[in-house]
Design a protein. Structure first.
Lengths: 424, 72
């Protein structure tokens, strides 16, 4: 089994990706707080202010935060193209993304135009700087690898998502008239099936065989899944805008099938994992792939539902994708990536005195988090179907699980720092 | 005696294979060869070996693993 030439010696100082990875869980905890205090409203419909706030705390504050942080590590190590001036780029992107996301959530919750305008400006800054820096690195990369290809496509999807998102923020903040429903549908699709799933594919191609000790993904999956998904998504987009409903519906189903294929391919690989099947990463990724599969099924099956049911389906879809898929696989990845990048950093700075990985991030707290996350997921799915009193319960579980995750990652960083104080 | 027990790091999670190989090399008497059995071809290890002045050769065993022989 040939491994890609992972260039760990090109990795940036750990502080660059770490600040993003360590911040992220707290945004998810914040989303949980909104659920606790928002009550049934928070999951009643995708258009309530509370759910809009929750959605963006999750997609921007947690998901994009982790994905951007991970790319600072992946671009040099997998694509052989470090981000130039990474310290400066991270120094701008991290605060702008943090403040922008908080502003956006406040804007939704308080109905404040100023908060929405500030959010638009801050998020535009954060993404413009990141996309320019990451884009330049990807253009520079000469590595021919399906992971790198998937990353390129993910970045293009991010550009589309951000452009649409900024137009929505501008519409709300400056009362400009835009086709809200259409743009929102496109924004969500490009953000979830595009930016998130495409990057997940790129990352999975590396981390699943590497950390879960499985065979490599089959060549057909590795080479064609990401490009196929991108083309289907782009096709759906065009058909959507042109009003070709039948074509759009078909391509939409194709997108869901390809997403489902990724989930199934990963589950099959996991089945052949040489690690014990009860380790935290395995459990969270299995849950993540099942969540993704269910989300794809709900997407396909939601046509022909009456308005009330269609609304429930939309909320359920969001819960399955964001909490079921994204939060699960990100947690699983964080259990591996954070101690690993701390280890690489320590090797460079501390030479002989590198602690064992399990001393940096032990299994037991990670496993506790995995189960707590599972409980929060079950509560969220139940709450999506029958909101009312279940929403605050789910919220409390989300807050607990993510406060724990945030603490675990912080503790791992402190464990590593104890061996060799950071130079930054 | 220049043939010792091969170091079997197959199916260990990263970075344990790397850690064990480096530890074994540190204790390797001069003139001896370390033989390693590993499930994935470790390009990052090869780059480290070259930087540290080790020589190595790899072959794929049909039983489904790579055998690496390392010496100075």
């Amino acid at each position: 089994m040939k491994s890609v030439g992972l260039a760990f010696e090109q990795a940036p100082a750990a502080a660059v990706p770490l600040r993003f990875l360590l911040t992220a869980p707290w945004f998810l905890a914040l989303a949980g707080l909104v659920l606790v205090f928002g009550g049934a409203d928070a999951l009643a419909s995708r258009w309530t202010p509370a759910l809009l706030a929750v959605t963006h705390l999750v997609t921007l504050g947690f998901m994009s935060m982790v994905m951007i942080g991970a790319l600072f590590q992946l671009l040099p190590v997998v694509a052989g193209a470090p981000v130039r001036g990474a310290q400066w780029v991270a120094g701008i992107v991290h605060p702008a993304l943090t403040a922008g996301t908080l502003s956006l959530a406040a804007g939704f919750l308080l109905g404040s135009f100023w908060a929405l305008r500030a959010a638009a400006a801050l998020l535009a800054l954060a993404f413009a700087v990141f996309i320019a820096a990451a884009g330049a690195a990807l253009l520079r990369s000469t590595v021919r690898d399906p992971s790198v290809q998937a990353m390129r496509l993910a970045l293009i999807a991010l550009i589309v998502t951000v452009a649409l998102g900024l137009s929505l923020a501008a519409a709300l903040g400056w009362r400009v008239s835009v086709p809200l429903l259409g743009i929102t549908a496109q924004h969500a699709a490009w953000g979830l099936a595009g930016w998130t799933v495409l990057l997940a594919i790129g990352v999975a191609l590396q981390v699943v065989p590497m950390f879960q000790l499985t065979p490599s993904y089959p060549k057909a999956v590795a080479s064609f899944l990401a490009p196929g998904l991108f083309i289907a998504l782009a096709g759906w987009s065009v058909a959507f805008w042109l009003g070709w409903t039948a074509v759009a519906a078909t391509l939409g189903v194709l997108v869901a099938l390809l997403v489902g294929a990724f989930a199934i391919a990963t589950l099959v690989l996991q089945h052949r994992s040489r690690r014990r099947h009860d380790n935290p990463t395995f459990l969270t990724w299995r849950a993540g792939m099942l969540g993704l599969l269910l989300a794809a099924a709900v997407w396909i099956g939601r046509d022909g539902l009456d308005t009330v049911a269609a609304n429930r389906a939309a909320v359920l879809l969001g819960v399955l994708f964001l909490a079921g898929f994204a939060a699960s696989v990100i947690a699983g990845m964080l259990y591996n990536i954070v101690p690993f990048l701390l280890w690489i950093d320590l090797r460079r700075r501390a030479h002989g005195r590198v602690p064992h990985m399990k001393q940096i991030l032990p299994d037991t707290p990670a496993r506790t988090h995995a189960w707590l996350h599972g409980a929060s997921l079950a509560a969220l799915v139940a709450a999506a179907l029958w909101p009312a009193w279940l929403v605050p319960v789910a919220g409390v579980l989300v807050v607990s699980a993510n406060a724990l995750l945030g603490t675990i990652l912080l503790q791992a960083t402190l464990n590593a720092r104890r061996v060799a104080p950071a130079s930054t | 005696m220049s043939d010792r027990e091969p170091l079997d790091v197959r199916w260990l999670e990263p970075p344990e294979p790397f850690e064990r190989i480096v530890a074994a090399l540190e204790g390797l008497p001069a003139g001896e060869t370390l033989t390693v059995m590993i499930h994935r071809e470790p390009q990052p290890l090869f780059r480290w070996l070259t930087r540290e002045g080790w020589r190595y050769s790899t072959r794929y065993d049909p039983a489904g693993y790579f055998e690496i022989r390392i010496n100075r």
